[in-house]
Design a protein around this ligand. Sequence first.
Ligand code: C2E
Ligand code: MG
Length: 277
Amino acid sequence: MSPMEPEATMGNSAGDTPISAAEIQTALNSKQFSLRYQPKLDCETLGLKGFEALIRWDHPTRGLVLPVDFIPIAEDNGLIGAITEFVVDESFRWYVTTSGVPGLSLSINISAKRLSDLDFADWLKHKCGQSGIRFDAIILEISETAVLGERLHALDMFNRLRTKGFRVAIDGFGLGNSSLSLLARLPFTEVKIDKSFGIAAGQSAEARAFIKSTIQMSHSLGLSVVAEGIEDKPTLDYLRQLGCDFVHGFLVTQPLKAEETGDWILNRRKNIRHILV
Ligand code: C2E
Ligand code: MG
């Protein structure tokens, strides 16, 4: 698959019939879920810094189903805990057997519904202990909109995670219209600018202005910034000029299957030669 070739999904990826909770439960039982891994690069050096784990559903009849089509249903039907457990177990197993590069981070998306789970940080610590993974290698990504709806729970959860040494990122920043200085009262370490801004940056002065001000504000608050949705070289060059810290995007590669990551890591300079010039 070339870097820009999209993953093959059916239409809205879920097909026409609504997805049911029972189908998700069956998928969990019969191991229809898998993970993709999207590299995160240092914006300046283009060195590999980590991966984000992204869930996929290889459905026997619907084909490849994307998270947007089933995570909300899992959240509403008490199945998000089991999905999180799958993602943590699977990505931790992958991390210890594949990464090979010292110090790589592993980012995991956490649903808003987990924010009120007081045992989550202890549970994750236990999982890290079992796998021998350093706590500071793990970055928990929680969306800006989830945090806005659950400020007190978010504060409690972030404190529990940070005290143990985990890192926390605000994901999808820019979708919730919140002010960064207000959010910054929460103990997180990284801001991920929503991919819609990265995708639009080439054509939209507003998107560029938002990215620029978010980077400036984040840096003045001591936070690092990840730009997502980077699909073209001029946008990457713009981000480098602004001093953005990290990038994700189809310009680097589509999210990789677990079995593709070993080779990709080994040949990473060759794989990104189209952006090195
Ligand atoms: P996210 O965490 O903001 O993830 C980034 C999404 O942007 C991913 O979509 C990724 O494939 C896509 N992306 C990355 N670079 C580009 C680019 O250059 N162009 C475009 N057009 N898209 C790009 P994906 O995997 O479909 O995930 C969508 C959302 O679903 C994620 O947004 C995250 O909020 C959620 N999600 C994914 N995996 C999990 C999971 O394991 N657990 C939970 N709770 N949520 C998940
Ligand atoms: Mg994310």
